[in-house]
Design a protein around this ligand. Structure first.
Ligand code: NAP
Length: 485
């Protein structure tokens, strides 16, 4: 019998009032249920928001360095269980064990970084125009914050929302993705074991709208931080801005890598394979368009095909596996649907393109890493987020055409360029429409201590991570203080 995981409300582990649960299934082996989670409803969400509202004044009154200490303690507890947590993540989400381990380490680093932010919440002292007047700003928490997170980084994303939010003095209700709720549960559990006061952090699982709607509609909620698809994010925006809630949306991408003719081809092929296929292409920052200058196109494509064919796809727990499964049947079907669309649109399938079957593959949602040649700007596979291991190759006459192709989509999350030409590098970083830019590195692979977020339709609101995350979770107060009468 699979283990039962409860909601965390007002400092207690509680079963849902619905009495129902849902199964968290291993996408590499659907015979395995990783755990049973609560199918919550509004009746569970309301007490969680009420508890957060009740706990907030005392939490905000605690000195910020003391709030940070809970994060330090939780980081220590998580570190002691790193191997177990990484294995659980692989079992619930499918990414390979080294990737999962890297992500749990990142969540730990995030807790430590924002733990330190407790002692570093900078404000400003600004000269006054008037005599004997001292002016400064203060940062104040917002109140109760609702966090809604996706399945693809089931530990890092909850961590990078929870940690700055808590250290700023907000209380939190988090709704993790139903496909991978265990990794976020472990973060909450660590903070519970670190003795975080009751009500400061609340965790409620269940269906997107069923839990998400009452959560963002609760009167005590002052801000919503969401990461997920554009459809859900845009609908949330319409709903919460009517109440003038602060909102942050991190959504989809169609991220390009531009490869210029001066580059080392083996190096460029590695950058592309890493960016497009690792984590099964299920990163918002994954590369899905390779835009290659014409003189090196054929030679680079040849190398890419060889490296893509050599990738080992399988259960992420097995040593040597580089690419895990799609997260569920629906994502697998989306991948296969877009592969079909690509073929019908006239793109040429160079390798991959099929579901993997036979033996252990029959138990999971495995798809071959796929390369399409001859992708043109109007094709759907050049414009729509697939969120799977599918890379479209586009030939550019020169740098100017490469820039047009790179910027010619509605998204603007991450983008990279592979070249040794320093002039082009600066032109690219200035002109590319993306919030995250890498040079001679894959489009994916960001660090927690720098701001994170996109532009155009990929993102809305203030940046996450790095020192800038504190801006979203705090409100500035301005003080004019005359010290004489
Ligand atoms: P999703 O379907 O939009 O779900 C994201 C979260 O929203 C989940 O917790 C989901 O709950 C919840 N949700 C669904 N419907 C809702 C509603 N009506 N009201 C409130 N919440 C609702 O996205 P996903 O499939 O989990 O994640 C993949 C997407 O996330 C991709 O588009 C990817 O690009 C994007 N992403 C973006 C970033 C970034 O930083 N830009 C990072 C990672 C992922 P359920 O799970 O219960 O449905």
């Amino acid at each position: 019998m699979a283990e039962l995981f409860r909601n965390y409300v007002a400092g207690e582990w509680r079963e849902s009032r619905t009495g129902k649960t849902f199964a968290n299934i291993n996408p590499a082996n659907t015979d395995e249920t990783v755990g049973l989670f609560q199918s919550s409803s509004a009746e569970d969400v309301l007490p969680a928001c009420d508890a957060a509202a009740k706990a907030q004044p005392a939490w905000a009154a605690l000195p910020a360095p003391q709030r940070g200490n809970y994060l330090f303690k939780a980081a220590e507890l998580l570190e002691a269980r790193l191997d177990k947590l990484a294995e659980e993540m692989t079992r619930e989400e499918g990414k390979t064990l080294p990737e999962a381990k890297g992500e749990v380490k990142r969540a730990i680093n995030i807790f430590r970084y924002y733990g330190g932010e407790g002692a570093r919440q900078f404000s400003y002292q600004i000269p006054s125009e008037r005599e004997n007047v001292f002016c400064y700003t203060m940062r104040k928490p917002l109140g109760v914050v609702a966090l809604i997170t996706p399945w693809n980084f089931p530990s890092a994303i909850p961590a990078w929302k929870m940690a700055p939010s808590l250290v700023a003095g907000n209380t939190v209700v988090i709704k993790p993705a139903s496909l991978a709720p265990l990794s976020a549960y472990r973060l909450v559990e660590a903070l519970h074991q670190a003795a975080i006061p009751a009500g400061v952090l609340n965790y409620v699982t269940g269906g997107g709208g069923t839990v998400g709607n009452p959560l963002v509609e609760h009167a005590a909620v002052r801000a919503v931080s969401f990461t997920g698809s554009c459809d859900v994010g845009n609908a949330l925006y319409d709903k919460v801005t009517k109440r003038r809630l602060r909102v942050q949306l991190e959504m989809g991408g169609k991220n390009p890598t531009v490869v210029l003719k001066d580059t080392n081809l083996d190096y460029a092929a590695d950058v592309l394979v890493n960016g497009a296929f690792f984590s099964t292409g299920q990163k918002c920052t994954a590369c899905s368009r390779a835009i290659i200058e014409a003189p090196i196109y054929d030679a680079l494509v040849e190398k890419l095909v060889a490296k893509t064919r050599a990738l080992k796809v399988g259960n992420g727990l097995e040593p040597g596996v580089q690419i895990g499964p799609a997260v569920d049947e629906s994502q697998l079907e989306t991948d296969l649907k877009y592969i079909e669309i690509g073929k019908q649109e006239g793109a040429r399938l160079l390798c991959g393109g099929k579901r993997l079957t036979g033996g252990a593959y029959d138990k999971g949602f495995f798809v071959e890493p796929t390369l399409f040649d001859g992708v043109t700007p109007k094709m759907r596979i050049a414009n729509e987020e697939i969120f799977g291991p599918v890379l479209g190759l586009m030939k550019a006459r020169d740098f100017e055409e490469a820039m047009q192709l790179a910027n010619g989509v509605r998204f603007g999350l991450s983008a990279s360029i592979v070249t040794r030409d320093v002039e082009r590098v600066h032109q690219f970083t200035n002109r590319i429409e993306a919030g995250l830019i890498t040079v001679n590195l894959p489009t994916a692979g960001v660090e927690y201590q720098l701001p994170f977020g996109g532009t155009k339709e990929s993102s809305f609101g203030m940046r996450e991570q790095g020192p800038q995350a504190m801006d979203f979770y705090t409100e500035t107060r301005t003080v004019y203080l005359k010290y004489t009468q």
